[in-house]
Design a protein around this ligand. Structure first.
Ligand SMILES: Nc1nc2c(c(=O)[nH]1)N[C@H]1C(S)=C(S)[C@@H](COP(=O)(O)O)O[C@H]1N2
Ligand SMILES: [Mo]
Length: 224
């Protein structure tokens, strides 16, 4: 059947992977407990599309760094070995792209954003974060979403190390917001007081991006 487009309807068939029966240590993203897990206007895919602006980046683990700075008491930088030595969590979550596909039932593994925040100690003024990728791409989100129980810096997906195409060695995962906030090839996080638009947000995407409220686009393109 090579060369023939698969029948998309078959990717809609069957129930999505259920959070029931998962090992007790797995953090269950609350949205996976909804009776209807598809936010408005979304279509389920069983594949895992690769989507980002620009080329795939191949970041060597030995060169990778996670730098956390801004309005924090203790700015810090982690190298790969230090990152792996942090407490590891597993999160079961759905993933919704603003272009309308949703991949339901992903098992992510990595370091909880809460663990990182605990170590850098955000100042009381910090209310948002700007997350940077290796190529300077960025995205912004409210601190409460960044620090949600099911948000993490993931290096594994469905038991496999993250490929470069999907943002390896490490990507951010924020299940409660559209997937464009889940920065691939993440290298830095800046804690800020005032919300500041990232790459897609400057082009008109929503500053928060809650898929359940269909926050796809914000105001028309901004001048900055
Ligand atoms: N660095 C970076 N991260 C990014 C993007 C990007 O362009 N650059 N695109 C986002 C978008 S729009 C989506 S839908 C997801 C897609 O992740 P995936 O390719 O692993 O499915 O990555 C997000 N993270
Ligand atoms: Mo997306």
């Amino acid at each position: 059947m090579a060369g023939i487009e698969p029948d998309v309807s078959k990717y809609q068939a069957g129930d999505p992977p259920s959070p029931e029966g998962l090992p007790p240590d797995v953090i269950i993203s609350p949205d996976t407990l909804r009776a209807n897990r598809l936010p408005p206007g979304q279509v389920r895919t069983r594949k895992w599309p690769v989507l980002h602006a620009g080329p795939v980046h191949h970041v060597d683990r030995s060169r990778w760094r996670l730098k956390v700075y801004g309005l924090v008491e203790q700015p810090r930088e982690w190298r790969w070995e230090e990152f792996l030595a942090l407490p590891q969590v597993r999160v079961f979550a759905d993933f919704h792209c603003v272009t309308r596909w949703s991949r339901l039932g992903n098992l992510w593994e990595g370091v909880a954003t809460r663990e990182i925040a605990r170590q850098v100690r955000p100042r009381p003024e910090a209310a948002y974060v700007v997350v940077y990728a290796v190529d300077g791409w960025s995205t912004n989100l409210p601190l409460e979403y960044f620090c949600a129980e099911d948000s993490l810096f993931a290096w594994k997906h469905d038991q496999e190390p993250l490929s470069a195409e999907h943002g390896g060695p490490v990507r951010l995962v924020v299940p409660r917001l559209y997937a464009w906030k889940s920065a691939k090839w993440v290298t830095a996080v800046e804690f800020v007081e005032h919300d500041r638009p990232g790459f897609w947000e400057r082009l008109g995407y929503h500053m928060r991006g809650d898929p359940w409220r269909e926050e796809r686009y914000g105001e028309p393109a901004r001048p900055w």
